[in-house]
Design a protein around this ligand. Structure first.
Ligand SMILES: NC(=O)C1=CN([C@@H]2O[C@H](COP(=O)(O)OP(=O)(O)OC[C@H]3O[C@@H](n4cnc5c(N)ncnc54)[C@H](OP(=O)(O)O)[C@@H]3O)[C@@H](O)[C@H]2O)C=CC1
Ligand SMILES: N[C@@H](CC(=O)OP(=O)(O)O)C(=O)O
Length: 377
């Protein structure tokens, strides 16, 4: 496969740094152009992040000398794709400008998630929502040939919807979900939450987070109209989601407890639920795709950033744990453990997702790989 030139917007932030690591060694995306705020523009990447590089590996040598630009499409004209780790205060307009310049945008920011023509894509769950992209392009005046915006979901929502998708696809509609998160401080960016606020403490509030989990779950797990022009947001069988979100003194890895009630009665047994998690295969490609039945090793050439299995099941009763399990499959899969009966709803379990990997940059990169395989780039 010939290489595709890509750029990163917000390259100096925590999510941007994850993009740098993923893309500097990518088999077919070639990282050429980096953008950040006007304060960083003109600096070499290594200079701009000298006090805020927070990764445990060094800045890749191929990236250190790249000069940062302001996030304006004219500086990225050689790029077919940009990945956005922009601050949400500025992401909305900047990402729209890149789309209008016929560049494909894969964003982590929340700004465009509720746009009815923008896929809210969790690569392990709803890649088929990409089929709205021709419609999104047609809404632009004049219609776009190449530009579009695809967003990731909120990092906690991303972890939750993977096991929910496994349950919904095996057992049919879900009626109710009660979820309580314990979210890592890296979710708040850098410098993020003050040490005085979070050391020796739990903060039982994250602005906007509960609303995002309750709403985004419906768009992601819902369907898309046959004409490919609208999402149904699960309106025929709305899932009632009640989320409580907490910030805890963990560096990386959002862990949450979830209880689920099925529409189906009697509900599936715990063994059936475990089997559904274990056998869950994300619908990366449509059945009509020539590689639909490809072996795992052939699929990994097309979607190289995807994890070998979407759900990692833990059977030891005190797992998953953020410290021990956040780097499984390079943070690209979701961990599930403690699957058991719930005395109030039907089944309950623990979920762990790496908020800066599958909760952010890794999702965007897999989304772009899938969009390329499905012919949208
Ligand atoms: N951290 C996480 O776990 C997750 C984060 N997200 C979302 O991803 C996005 C990035 O998050 P994160 O990396 O944590 O945030 P950071 O605050 O660490 O980084 C923000 C980035 O935006 C850039 N920026 C700020 N202002 C401007 C501007 N006016 N023009 C252009 N660039 C600008 C910054 O550049 P400079 O360094 O020059 O200021 C920096 O590169 C956010 O929208 C966040 O909500 C989503 C999921 C998970
Ligand atoms: N709010 C999340 C991170 C985040 O940026 O979420 P979103 O992409 O939905 O704005 C957290 O604090 O852990």
């Amino acid at each position: 496969m010939s290489s595709i030139s890509v750029g990163v917007l917000g390259a100096t932030g925590l999510v941007g740094q994850s993009f740098i690591l993923l893309l500097s060694s990518h088999p077919f995306f070639r990282l050429t152009t980096l953008g950040a705020s006007p304060a960083s523009a003109g600096l070499a990447y290594s200079k701009a992040v000298e006090n805020k590089w927070k990764q445990s590996t060094c800045i890749p040598s191929s990236v250190q000398a790249i000069k940062l630009h302001e996030c304006k499409p004219e500086h990225f004209s050689s790029c077919q794709i940009v990945f956005s780790g922009l601050d949400a205060d500025v992401a909305g307009d900047i990402e729209s400008a890149f789309r209008a310049a016929n560049i494909a945008v894969f964003s982590n920011a929340k700004n465009h998630r509720r746009d009815p023509s923008v896929p809210l894509l969790v690569p392990l769950v709803n890649p088929h929502h990409l089929s709205i992209l021709p419609h999104q392009r047609s809404l632009h005046t004049p219609p776009l040939q190449k530009g579009f915006i695809v967003t990731n979901a909120n990092c906690s929502t991303t972890a939750l919807v993977v096991p929910l998708s496994a349950l919904q696809s095996r057992f049919g509609p879900i009626d109710q979900v009660i979820v309580t998160t314990m979210q890592a401080i890296s979710g708040a960016g850098y410098p993020g939450v003050s040490a005085i606020d979070i050391l020796d403490n739990v903060v039982p509030y994250i602005s906007g987070e509960e609303e995002k989990m309750e709403w985004e779950t419906l768009k992601i797990l819902g369907g898309i109209a046959e004409d490919g022009k609208s999402f149904d947001n699960h309106s025929a069988h709305p899932i009632k989601v009640s989320a409580s979100c907490n910030r805890v003194p963990v560096h990386t890895g959002h862990i949450m407890t979830a209880s689920v009630k099925f529409a189906k009665h009697p509900p599936p047994s715990i063994d059936e639920v475990l089997k559904a998690f274990d056998e869950y295969v994300p619908p990366y490609l449509p059945q009509s795709h020539p590689s639909f039945n490809a072996s795992a090793s052939d699929l990994s050439k097309i979607i190289p950033t995807a994890p070998p299995k979407a759900i990692h099941i833990h059977t030891t009763p005190n797992r998953p744990q953020p410290l021990l399990d956040r780097h499984l499959d390079k943070g690209a899969s979701v961990s599930v453990g403690r699957v058991r009966e719930c005395g109030v709803l039907d089944v309950k379990f623990v979920v762990l997702g790496n908020n800066v990997a599958i909760g952010a940059a890794t999702s965007s990169v897999i989304n772009a790989e899938i969009a390329l395989a499905r012919g949208y780039i």
